[in-house]
Design a protein around this ligand. Structure first.
Ligand code: PLP
Length: 568
């Protein structure tokens, strides 16, 4: 029998009560209480991070193929949400969950989400978002000032100047990057005389008009895939996103950037010219949390006439703290910068922001329509790619008041401490190899038993003394084979850790800067949950080591063979 059987007789009176006012105000508050208690229980629950249910079992639960016919009672549906959804949600706020950028949030965020839903403002236009439009502009100004540090007078003039926009609030970082790339594209092929600009004419005509055969974006190998998506959506073409290799610290290799720029210019003469539309720096790479050398990249962008964008979706908020400011040196000269509030501002999903150094750049996006966002209106929606938007900016706006720069400073200090703590614990254990020097709270490493680690070091150290090319080649081959084996070991370990489910780190594959050009499977820890402490990190590493040594038994015989005869 259905566990949630009670059907409600469909009548307009009942439905009206859902809208205008709940049955009685008490009921609304009662439901609110029940809901908060349910969430509180979820936070307090001990045990696994992911719930033991299998994916096929979940698809059995959610296998209804048609829209429900008759209404059900709110309390029954809330019960269903509790049993079917909350129970099987990932506990991303658990202090043992250190695998992704999605992490713990302060509890007041849940209350702010309630306000957002209750007010139901639509930021697209002033008629549906009065005070909230002003909040949005104020928040944009705060972050603009943090990055571009213009004069006080500039902000006083523009904070609420509806003729311009210092930036846009977007759904997420992907949309924020897309918006920046949209502006970059328009600036590369602007209106000129009778030519109406790329937006009107389309890519093909614009290229022909300006005498180019293609346009490209340049970003490091660590670039987020939203840049590739933007190239796709904007008609630039995914293959025209050119990846520049990184240096040993996972930052764009500037020499290689310059070399590429020169090559594109000389290649242009033969095959038609190439327009470098944008050079994109990253302030906090997704995989390693590294910050590019923005100062030097900006210089290259200026020399080539490209738009200089900085994807600071992950790291940008660290600029709230003076200690981190030098890491971002050069960002103040960027043309555009993107930041995600649902990352280092500890806001719940989701809100991105794109900021433009020149407040008039958003005019490249400007749209109008007769029923909303009329040409001379004050509507924020005139400048956004998105249409209807929620009042999401309330979350970072309130959080920046409640936590303040000082509070964020303490949170980042704690994140930094956790990151170096984990690195130390892993390095001391002997069976792990850490693979980056974290700048912004992301550590990549792999499980590699001491015997294999020692062997790799020995082989690597022996290389310089070898003269014969074939000997060097043979050593390199052995290193590659052992790395392949360790890749397999880490994939298996990661799966075993998922089954154990007492903690969580993520897994990715990166072209390692230590074993270049080989791809290395790594475990990735993102250490921003302030509830994660030293003892928890020790426990996590102990679990990984214990389970890892168990999995190693299966791999050890192959390793021994590789060691002796190179696996022939
Ligand atoms: C560097 C960077 N840029 C952009 C994004 C895209 O952000 P979102 O997932 O909010 O679209 C991410 C997401 O992880 C990121 O790490």
């Amino acid at each position: 029998m259905n566990q949630y059987p009670k059907k409600v007789k469909t009548n307009l009176e009942y439905l009206r009560k859902l809208f205008i006012m709940p049955d009685s105000p008490d009921k609304f508050i009662d439901f609110g209480h029940d809901l908060l208690e349910m969430l509180h229980d979820f936070f307090q629950e001990k045990g696994g991070i992911h719930s033991a249910i299998t994916l096929p079992a979940l698809s059995e639960i959610f296998n209804q193929t048609a829209v429900p016919d008759s209404p059900k009672l709110i309390k029954d549906v809330l019960g269903e949400i509790k049993d079917k959804i909350v129970k099987h949600s990932v506990k991303v706020g658990n202090p043992y969950y250190i695998g992704h950028m999605t992490s713990a949030i302060p509890y007041f965020m849940i209350l702010l989400e309630m306000i957002i839903a209750a007010l139901n403002q639509n930021q697209v236009k002033i008629e549906t978002a009065k005070a909230s439009s002003f909040v949005e502009r104020e928040l944009v100004s705060w972050l603009h000032r943090l990055i571009f540090i213009k004069a006080n007078k500039y902000y006083q003039k523009n904070v609420q100047n509806h003729r311009v926009a210092l930036g846009n609030i977007t759904s997420d970082g992907t949309l924020a990057n897309l918006t920046a790339m949209f502006v970059a594209r328009e600036k590369a092929f602007p209106p000129d005389g009778d030519f109406p600009g790329l937006r009107m004419s389309g890519v093909e005509k614009a290229m022909r008009y300006y005498g180019y055969s293609k346009g490209v974006f340049l970003v490091s190998k660590r670039g987020h895939y939203s840049i590739v998506k933007s190239a796709n959506v904007l008609g630039i073409g995914e293959e025209n996103v050119i990846s520049i290799p990184v240096d040993r610290n996972n930052r764009m290799d500037i020499k290689k950037l310059r070399r590429k720029v020169n090559a594109l210019h000389s290649e242009s003469k033969k095959e038609g010219r190439t327009k470098i539309i944008a050079i994109i720096g990253i302030a906090g790479t997704t995989e390693t949390g590294s910050v590019d050398n923005l100062q030097e990249m900006e210089a290259v962008a200026r020399e080539t006439g490209a738009h200089f964008h900085v994807d600071a979706c992950w790291g940008g908020s660290a600029m709230l703290v003076d200690d981190y400011r030098p890491l971002f040196s050069g960002i103040e000269k960027a043309d555009s910068v993107t930041i995600d509030a649902h990352k280092l501002l500890y806001c719940p999903m989701t809100m991105g922001i794109v900021l433009f150094r020149n407040e008039k750049d958003v005019h490249f996006i400007r749209h109008s329509s007769q029923y909303v966002i009329r040409r001379n209106s004050v509507d924020t929606g005139r400048f956004t790619i998105e249409g209807s938007r929620p009042f999401a900016c309330l979350k970072p706006w309130a959080a920046l008041k409640i936590i303040g720069k000082e509070g964020y400073g303490l949170l980042f200090k704690q994140a930094q401490k956790s990151t170096s703590n984990l690195k130390k614990i892993l390095d001391n254990c002997g069976n792990f190899e850490t693979l980056n020097n974290p700048q912004l709270f992301i550590l990549i490493y792999r499980f590699i038993p001491a015997i294999a680690k020692g062997q790799l070091i020995e082989w690597k150290n022996s290389k310089p003394s070898l003269r014969a090319k074939d000997k060097i080649k043979s050593i390199e081959q052995k290193i590659r084979k052992v790395n392949n084996l360790i890749n397999g070991l880490n994939i298996k370990l990661h799966k075993a850790l998922r089954r154990d489910d007492t903690s969580f780190v993520s897994r990715t594959t990166v072209e390692s800067t230590t074993y270049r050009p080989q791809n290395i499977v790594v475990l990735r820890a993102v250490l921003i949950n302030p509830l994660t402490n030293g003892q928890i990190l020790n426990e996590i590493v102990a679990t990984q080591n214990r389970i890892g040594m168990g999995v190693w038994r299966e791999f050890e015989p192959v390793f021994e063979r590789l060691r002796k005869d190179g696996g022939k």
